[in-house]
Design a binder for this molecule. Structure first.
Ligand SMILES: [Cu+2]
Length: 467
């Protein structure tokens, strides 16, 4: 009997044993699944030591999110992952009670190599059952994390040890396999580096997780039952709090996108054409680049794009759905502004014929009574961060001189540069933050001098944080 066939039969016996045991522990020995070549195998190369990167590979940078720490035990990369409530901030002052991993929403980014053996010790600190799925990975069935189907859900306070060997490379992710927990934020990136870089190799490798949230004014808890969303985030931040992606002019840049939510996101880059080089299944191998500047990232999909940053300047990178380029969308609860521009108090107006937005007649239509904390609602201006008076707005006179200006108001422009300043925003044009909202960030194609200056500022900032 040849080796392949013997291994295949051994795999069958092992699978039967697991099913019979019906255990919530993964401490038994796992056999690899029957080995067929992956759909798009990595370029042939020797295995990379677990603490190194393959030739030409650069680490992935996930702006605004940490990397998942790990330790080596007998050649196995061990990760400890806690599923838990995380209090976070989408924007300065916009606090949100979400669920995530290890104090982070989305969870920290896992970076591993094709060929690594990994052990992922998952602890459930939620008050309800939980199960972790490894999205896109070809692993033994009992490691797949489908609650009920492949394992008992992890009870509150319990843990489950996932362990498998990786034979793929690309942009994958981990997430709760409980649907409503996904909408509380429970996702993180699982990047598997190839044994050597895909050609042409990139100089910078960035990753962005896209999420959407329905959070009513004065609430901090996402309404996971809602079908419309008023907060849109890249890596847990809404523009302009998203940290810009920096590169030097002439560099080849990869950006990986992952989408977990209820909507698809057409992601658009200004000033450049890119090629889509990867999907949630791994590297796309084509003989030609199909030029594009917008890529649709569907729910549960990943898309890698690559481009040469040859156009200097600061360029928006954003979802192009108009409602996904905004923050704190809640115009249904009152007129957009008061004082000469639009008559009436904040509790009336905007389509409300009788009563107030919070009253018996209107509130249910707006879903106002849903969710924990709804009873604590009070009238408030729906201008982001409140308090700022728009200076560019005019009294609403129609062109005919009678009544209101049709459709007014739609957009206002309010900058908050100082509130979101960080080394990566150094040198941006004053007012830049006024037009950067929701699923928006900035790709900065910099001179070498400016890039190095910002790198110095980051070192300085890190020193101040430590001091
Ligand atoms: Cu979108």
């Amino acid at each position: 009997m040849d080796v392949k066939r013997r291994n295949f039969l051994r795999g069958l016996v092992s699978a039967a044993g697991v099913a019979g045991a019906g255990t919530a522990s993964a401490q038994h020995v796992h056999e690899a699944p029957a080995q067929k070549p992956a759909l798009h195998p990595a370029p042939p190369a020797a295995p990379v030591p677990p603490d190194k990167l393959g030739a030409g590979v650069v680490p992935v940078i996930t702006p605004d999110l940490p990397d998942m720490p790990w330790r080596l035990e007998d050649g196995v990369k061990v990760f400890e992952i806690a599923a838990e409530h995380v209090r976070t901030e989408f924007l300065p002052g916009r606090v949100v009670d979400a669920w995530g991993f290890n104090g982070s929403v989305p969870g920290p980014t896992i970076q591993v190599n094709d060929g690594d053996r990994v052990r992922l010790i998952v602890e459930n600190r939620l008050p309800e059952p939980f199960s972790m799925h490894w999205h896109g990975l070809e692993i033994p069935n009992d490691m797949d994390g489908s609650p009920g189907l492949t394992q008992d859900p992890i009870a509150p306070g319990g843990r489950f040890v996932y362990e498998f060997t990786l034979h793929q490379n690309g942009t994958f992710f981990y997430h709760s396999h409980m649907a409503m927990q996904e909408m509380m934020g429970m996702i993180g990136l699982f990047v598997i580096h190839p044994r050597r870089a895909h050609a042409p190799a990139v100089d910078r490798d960035y990753a962005i997780v896209m999420q959407e949230w329905a959070i009513l004014p004065n609430n901090t808890i996402p309404n996971t039952l809602a079908m419309e969303f008023n907060w849109l985030t890249f890596n847990g931040k809404a523009g302009p709090a998203t940290t810009p992606l920096l590169c030097k002019r002439g560099e080849r840049v990869r950006i990986r996108f992952v989408n977990l939510g209820m909507d698809h996101h057409p992601i658009h880059l200004h000033g450049h054409q890119f090629a889509v080089t990867g999907s949630e299944g791994g590297r796309i191998r084509t003989t030609a680049d199909e030029p594009a500047n917008t890529v649709l990232v569907g729910v549960a999909q990943a898309r890698d794009i690559e481009f040469v940053a040859n156009n200097p300047g600061d360029w928006h990178l954003h979802c192009h759905l108009p409602h996904h380029m905004m923050n704190q969308m809640a115009s249904m609860v009152g007129p957009l502004m008061t004082g000469g521009m639009r008559p009436g108090p904040m509790t009336g107006g905007m389509g409300i014929v009788t009563g107030g937005a919070l009253g018996e007649s209107a509130a249910p239509a707006f879903g106002r009574a849903l969710g924990v904390g709804a009873e604590a609602e009070r009238p408030m201006p729906n201008i982001p961060l409140g308090g700022q008076q728009p200076t560019l707005m005019q009294p609403a006179r129609s062109t005919s001189g009678q009544g209101m200006y049709p459709g007014y108001p739609q957009d206002m422009f309010m900058a908050m540069d100082a509130a979101v300043a960080k080394p990566e925003t150094f040198g941006l044009r004053p007012g830049w933050s006024g037009g950067t909202m929701g699923m928006m960030t900035i790709v900065r194609v910099l001179s070498a001098e400016m890039f190095d200056r910002i790198a110095e500022l980051k070192v300085e900032q890190a020193r101040q944080v430590r001091a």
